[in-house]
Design a protein. Structure first.
Lengths: 552, 775
């Protein structure tokens, strides 16, 4: 593969790569689709010399027919070994191959590529999710079981037959006596939204392609308007298309404000023309996938459209710093941000902060509990996804969501505010495909609702990314499914309508599954938030840590 | 039958209520004893009237007075007829397997639940979950539930068969005879009903027209029912076909989700209507966002192939300091134009035979792409030697511009040659009678036959005037020359030998002087010769010393000798020994004394540690740097009218000097024509673009220039082999003739950007580049 047999420290063989492309010469029709589709140019057509040695039977060797060496060439698809063109395992080649003759396989041992993806001193960056395998199959959430089955002890409900009101509240809920007092005195009662407990978490317009974003929003609108499911979606930090701001669909939207404040002047300009209030405002302080780190939308992704929505000129780098620039203390920064955001909509819209999972989450929570305006707290655990981050942040920074959420909930219980300040959990919900059971586990551990991002990308748009470091190239804008790309040549592969259909499918099936979990527990009219007596795990340490039952 | 004929069983005995178990025992016993008419006074007893199989085929009539408990007639048999004289409790007819049950009042929840055969007639309303989980066994007639009034909530849940008839007479809720959420999970059976309803599970059931046959069945059975519940007088009122509706379970293939509008409709009629044409961002973009396939052509291709013919310098040409387009000459040979191939060289060098054929280390071959994979590089020396026949092209008429060239060596001749071929008059000034510098004066005859050099110098002399300087050039001379000419090029070479400042240094013979004299056979050497400095000049000196009779020749160096190529090979061939590191201390009568004290015996000591230009004639406007003339990238000195090339600028190979001459001439010519001096901005073709797999790696020698030409990869220049046209899976490439030349063009509407053209191209012409960005 390399000229003259000279090697450099970063000269790798196919064996050293993490993904190895297997190609079958017999079945290949040399149609060119695989090399045309490969997002990273990991494969190319190669010329191969094939030497044939011919030897007549020994007895037949004469002067005119001796042995001979004949060179021929054949053509075939081959994999590049330059780390810059390493296969990412997305298998787009397999997808387009008419003869099923090409497929990438994960190496059978620790790859050597990982030691060479820091060229120019630049450590690896990627999109996707944490790539550290949990020691046990599935995450902790998958191992939680629902053990309290009400057959005769409580009304035995039937998920198919009974009517369910699986709704949750977003916003600060006053204790009844205070609520009545405020009602009597015409005081201010914080706005509270009754919403569906599965929320599409923050994914910005920019991190996602226009077609993906529109598909998600369309699906959400459909769920609300056709199926009566009050599903909400958070914009992420990338502004909100002006048309959406001025439409009735805005009420299905949670607007996010983060450290870059992108698109917020456009949102402010739209205020006088809004037909509806947004569902809520999420103040982003942290992200589970890359806690304490900011983001940077590279200039080449800031095309005319992104620029218009974010309210910036096109072709410039857009940094979102790790922190808000005018943040000095929890008290000061949270209080002023919450106040400002409430004021924008005349104190009619709930405002809550989102933080990344952290051992300091309870400090934030304590602060919020004292702030009568805080409308909730969203916590994003280490398994959250991202469009771009340093691999080290993604793999090694952050706090798992289960215990973080649990600690916060139990703290609220201790101060008697568990029904007042809703907690929202995200980060790896449905990571291994078990969306409803993960969500139910978190709800019973104390979450009022869960936020999902990656799951939606996988289920609604066919994202092929995985914890085994498959694809995960959201950061370079080459998403083979068009989910995270700003290149129309890629994102037009994605039909917003089809995405919307899948969003609807996902929510309907989730709804059934959630019912299948809560009905046997005897719940139908209220979400079993914090109903941890229904939970158990076959790991005594985990049980102890989460204050749930240990079962074997 | 009169009541006195009934066998009476009371649920009360001695003022105490009997357990259901006792009543059941008494009923079974009574039947077993032949009683066929039973009257039971009930006090909430469970399951009355069921399981009376002991009567065999004979009909058993059970009349229930008082208050029956749950599950009247449960597991009832076809021989049983139960008549409840008042209302009844929950689950009447539960798991009924054939009994006819008449209730002269309301029935509680769960009426007919799980009923499989038989009939239940209720002369009032029923509670929740009536007719639930009923089924029909094909071996029997379907079960029937008749309700005179209305049914409670969750009616017909999971109903899997049977017929329910709800007459809607004096219903509990006049607005809804079917209750709340009927038919959820219903998979079989039918429900006739009369009166208003507030919806049913549309996933599971559907309204269906009542056929004549259905109506006949309903009317005849309605009569039976009304007779049974003693409301025959209502027949006329109820038997009005227009008032009846029929619900039927959907068949499995008719089930599906709740009917709702498609997302496509929603997109068009709800989404786009609210947001405007183009949806979410229709106001911000005006381009098409409709779905496309994964494999695209035209402007939707991510990558496009570009035919980069001759856009890159092939490695041979890039490696050649003279810049001869070697591959182009091989092409001409492949095309049978060997004369043109030979003549082409003279456009680049006046010495194609001497240098390419004999004296050059042939950097083009070292750089040859084939060499990078250890395949024999194309042998340019064969072509070089053939170039002796090259004919001087016709010289253009003179422009009137005159350039003086100081120095008649390879550099000077090269620049003058090039200038003359651009129409400018170039006059060579040289201290020697014969032109040629090192080539003619110093290089041993063993390296190149005299007649070759002679022939090529002959070509030069025909084209260029020569001023034979009789004495050393002075500063005044140079000023004068500068005044007389448009430009001056200094190409005096490096003639001043470096010496070592050690005792006895005068006894050393400078190598160049030795070589010059040896070429004229004017020098003698002893048996033992030591040469200080084992570079290529030292090697030449060693070879010459051997020719002149030396027997023991030692080359010493302070480091591993840098000599290479033919010079080194020749020196080794004559048995010269190389020693390093050796530091000279003194030259004595015995020979060379080293700093170690060792003495290498020598009769003759030659010093060959490099030479410096002799630049005493330079005028002040021309700057030097450590003994060499300072020039910019165009070989222009600090005096813009004066250029300098060759060893006077930097020691180098003959080809370096000739290349410098060519480049300097180009610059001077550009300036004279009023143009900005142009260099070659093309980059060298990346080796990896060339496909060497097409060649036989076992080739060990070339049989003539034709074979050489056939084995050239033609890096960066299309060989017109057509493999890209053949390979293209889309048949998108075609050849377009352009007069003498041709071009390969891609049909963008066919091309999918797979890059196969680049993958197969032996010459590395095709490049796959990112398509222009879409906004």
């Amino acid at each position: 593969m390399f000229p003259n047999g000279k090697i450099t420290p970063s000269t790798l063989s196919i064996k050293d790569l993490s993904w190895q492309v297997h190609w079958d010469k017999e079945r290949c029709t040399l149609c060119g689709r695989c090399t045309a589709v490969c997002p990273v140019h990991a494969i190319e057509l190669g010329v191969h010399r094939k030497r044939l040695i011919q030897m007549p039977a020994l007895g037949e060797i004469g002067q005119s027919n001796g042995s001979s060496s004949v060179n021929q060439v054949y053509y075939g698809v081959r994999q590049k070994t330059d780390p810059a063109y390493a296969c990412v395992g997305c298998a787009s080649c397999t997808l387009v191959c008419p003869n099923d003759c090409i497929i990438p396989y994960k190496t059978d041992e620790a790859d050597k590529l990982r030691f060479h993806i820091n060229r120019g001193g630049q450590p690896r960056r990627r999109g996707g999710r944490r790539n550290v395998r949990d020691p046990d199959p599935g995450g902790i959430l998958d191992r939680i079981k629902f053990i309290r089955i009400s057959m005769l002890t409580d009304p035995a409900l039937d998920a198919g037959r009974h009517e369910f009101e699986l709704r949750t509240l977003l916003g600060r809920i006053l204790p009844p006596e205070e609520n009545l007092k405020m009602l009597k005195e015409h005081g201010w009662i914080p706005p509270v939204r009754e919403i569906y407990p599965l929320i599409i978490g923050a994914m910005s317009f920019g991190a996602l392609s226009p077609n993906m974003w529109e598909g998600l929003q369309m699906g959400v609108a459909y769920l609300n308007e056709q199926l009566g499911m009050p599903v909400r979606m958070c914009t992420g930090e990338g502004g909100c298309p002006p048309r959406l701001l001025r439409s009735r669909f805005l009420k299905y939207v949670i607007l996010q404000i983060a450290s870059g404040y992108f698109g917020w002047d456009e949102i402010i300009h739209a205020l006088p023309e809004m037909k509806e209030d947004p569902c809520a405002i999420e103040i982003k302080y942290g992200q589970g996938a890359k806690p304490g780190d900011g983001g940077l939308l590279m200039w080449y992704k800031v095309n005319k459209l992104i620029a218009a929505i974010r309210g910036v000129p096109s072709g410039v780098n857009l940094p979102s710093p790790p922190t808000h620039q005018t943040k000095y203390s929890i008290e000061e920064s949270v209080a002023k941000m919450i106040q400002s955001m409430y004021m924008a909509w005349g104190f009619r819209v709930p405002v809550y902060p989102k933080i990344s999972g952290t051992s300091t989450a309870q400090s934030v929570l304590n602060n919020l509990a004292r702030n009568p305006y805080a409308g909730g707290l969203a916590i994003d655990g280490e398994d959250g996804g991202t469009g771009a981050a340093y691999a080290v942040s993604m793999d090694h920074m952050g706090h798992p969501i289960a215990s973080n959420l649990r600690d916060c909930y139990l703290t609220l219980v201790k101060v008697g505010k568990q029904n007042e300040l809703p907690l929202f959990a995200g980060g790896g919900v449905g990571k291994y495909g078990n969306l409803a059971s993960n969500a139910a586990a978190l709800i019973m551990l104390g979450a009022s609702g869960v936020q999902v991002g990656k799951y939606m990308m996988q289920a609604a748009a066919g994202c092929v990314g995985s914890e085994s470091d498959r694809c995960n190239i959201c950061n370079i804008g080459l998403c083979p499914k068009g989910i995270t790309s700003q290149d129309a040549r890629l994102y037009r592969r994605l039909d917003p309508e089809k995405v919307a259909e899948r969003v609807v499918d996902v929510f309907l099936s989730f709804d059934t599954e959630l019912k299948k979990i809560v009905a046997p527990l005897g719940r139908s009219t209220s979400l079993p938030i914090g109903m941890s007596d229904a939970l158990a795990i076959n790991d005594s340490s985990a049980a102890e840590r989460l204050s749930i039952r240990y079962v074997v | 039958m009169d009541s006195q004929h009934y066998y009476r069983i009371s649920g009360m005995e001695n003022g105490l209520r009997l357990e259901s178990r006792v009543i059941e025992e008494r009923i079974q016993k009574a039947v077993d004893s032949g009683n066929r008419y039973l009257e039971v006074e009930a006090f909430g007893h469970h399951g009355l009237g069921g399981r009376l199989w002991k009567a065999g085929e004979e009909t058993v009539s059970v009349r229930i007075l008082g208050s029956p408990g749950q599950r009247v007639g449960s597991m009832g048999f076809p021989n049983t007829r139960i008549e409840v004289m008042g209302p009844t409790s929950d689950d009447v007819g539960w798991l009924n397997a054939g009994a006819e049950i008449i209730v002269h009042g309301n029935a509680g929840n769960g009426a007919a639940n799980a009923m499989a055969q038989g009939k239940v007639y209720v002369g009032g309303n029923i509670g929740a979950r009536g007719m639930t989980m009923t089924k029909r066994n094909p071996r029997f007639e379907p079960p029937e539930l008749w309700v005179l009034g209305s049914v409670g909530d969750y009616f017909a849940e999971f109903m899997a068969g049977g017929i329910a008839v709800v007459c809607g007479y004096r219903p509990q809720d006049p607005g809804n005879v079917l209750g709340y959420r009927p038919c959820v999970g219903m998979v079989g059976g039918r429900i006739y009903f009369r009166g208003p309803h507030e919806g049913y599970s549309q996933i599971d059931a559907k309204l269906t027209p009542i056929s004549n046959e259905d109506w006949e069945w309903l009317v005849s059975n309605l009569k039976t029912c009304l007779d049974a519940i003693k409301h025959s007088h209502l027949f006329g009122q109820l038997a009005d076909r227009a008032q009846w509706q029929l619900l039927e379970a959907r068949l499995p293939h008719e089930k599906g989700s709740k009917p709702r509008i498609s997302v496509k409709d929603f997109h068009q009629n709800v989404w786009d209507r609210e947001l405007g044409r183009g949806g979410l961002i229709g106001d911000l973009v005006d381009f098409d966002r409709s779905p496309i396939s994964v494999i695209t052509s035209g402007h939707l291709r991510r990558f496009v192939p570009v035919w980069e013919n001759r856009e890159y310098v092939p490695p041979c040409e890039a490696s050649c300091p003279t810049g001869i387009p070697v591959h182009e000459r091989w092409r001409l040979i492949r095309e049978g134009r060997i004369d043109e191939a030979v003549d082409l060289a003279l456009a680049y060098t006046p010495f194609p035979a001497s240098i390419c054929g004999y004296l050059c280390p042939n950097l083009c071959m070292q750089g040859c792409t084939r060499q990078t994979v250890n395949i024999l590089p194309v042998d340019v020396t064969q072509l070089g030697k053939a170039s002796i026949k090259a004919k001087t092209p016709e010289l253009p008429p003179l422009t009137g511009k005159r350039i003086a060239v100081i120095g008649g060596g390879p550099a000077g001749i090269s620049v003058a040659w090039q200038l003359r071929h651009r129409g400018h008059e170039a006059v060579l000034y040289d201290m020697r009678e014969a032109l040629g510098g090192k080539i003619s004066a110093l290089i041993p005859k063993s390296r190149i036959p005299d007649e070759i050099v002679g022939a090529e110098l002959g070509r030069v002399r025909e084209a260029l005037p020569h001023v034979y300087l009789q004495q050393k050039l002075t500063q005044d001379d140079l000023e004068q020359i500068k005044a007389d000419y448009d430009f001056v090029v200094i190409a005096v070479g490096a003639q001043k030998p470096r010496v070592l400042p050690i005792p006895g240094k005068d006894k050393m013979i400078p190598a160049l002087e030795f070589l010059r004299q040896s070429k004229l056979d004017q020098v003698k050497v002893g048996k033992k010769v030591v040469i200080i400095g084992a570079g290529n000049v030292g090697c030449d000196a060693a070879t010459e010393a051997h020719r002149l009779g030396a027997k023991e020749i030692t080359l010493v160096d302070i480091q591993e000798p840098l000599s290479f190529g033919k010079e080194r090979e020749a020196a080794e061939a004559i048995g010269a020994s190389f020693r390093w590191p050796c530091f000279s201390k003194a030259v004595t009568k015995k020979g060379l004394e080293l700093t170690t004290g060792e003495v290498i015996h020598a009769d003759t000591i030659i010093i060959s540690v490099g030479d410096m230009p002799d630049l005493d004639f330079l005028i002040e406007s021309i700057a030097t740097d450590r003994g060499f003339i300072k020039v910019n990238e165009h070989f222009q000195t600090t005096d813009p009218k004066v250029f300098a090339i060759g060893d006077a600028v930097q020691l180098g190979l003959l080809t370096d000097a000739i290349g410098a001459g060519r480049k300097a001439a180009q610059t001077i010519s550009d300036i004279l024509e009023g143009k900005r001096p142009r260099g070659d901005t093309r980059k060298m073709l990346d080796y990896t673009r060339v496909k060497v797999e097409y060649f036989d790696p076992r080739l060990t020698k070339f049989d003539g220039v034709e074979e050489c030409a056939s084995q050239c990869s033609s890096c960066g220049s299309c060989r017109d082999c057509g493999i890209c046209i053949t390979m293209c899976p889309q048949a998108a490439i075609s050849k377009k003739e352009n007069g003498k030349d041709f071009e390969l063009v891609v049909d963008p509407e066919r091309c999918i950007g797979c890059g196969f053209c680049g993958g197969v191209c032996p010459c590395g012409i095709w490049n796959l580049v990112e398509n222009d960005p879409l906004e």
